[in-house]
Design a protein around this ligand. Structure first.
Ligand SMILES: [Zn+2]
Length: 80
């Protein structure tokens, strides 16, 4: 309003890793599908929650015992 506008408006800029989010395949795999191309149905329905104990990363050693099947929806519960 100090510049003559009718109201004050704030602008907030955040990264895609802020809060709960979904990563597309292209997050780590070059040429993989981006989240913008992923079918929305892939995110709707029953899911299994796997708690991750490692405070820094999700490792194969930690998820391998969970025997994740192709097409299964998985939510990783991480420290953050
Ligand atoms: Zn991510």
């Amino acid at each position: 309003m100090a510049h003559g506008d009718v109201c004050n408006v704030s602008k907030l800029t955040i990264g895609t890793h802020t809060g709960t989010h979904v990563d597309g395949i292209n997050h780590f795999i070059k040429g993989g599908m981006g989240v913008d191309k992923m079918p929305l149905d892939a995110t709707i329905g029953k899911a299994r929650v796997i708690e991750i104990k490692d405070p820094k990363q999700i490792t194969i050693a930690e998820i391998e015992p969970h025997n994740i099947q192709a097409g299964e929806r998985i939510l990783f519960k991480t420290r953050n």
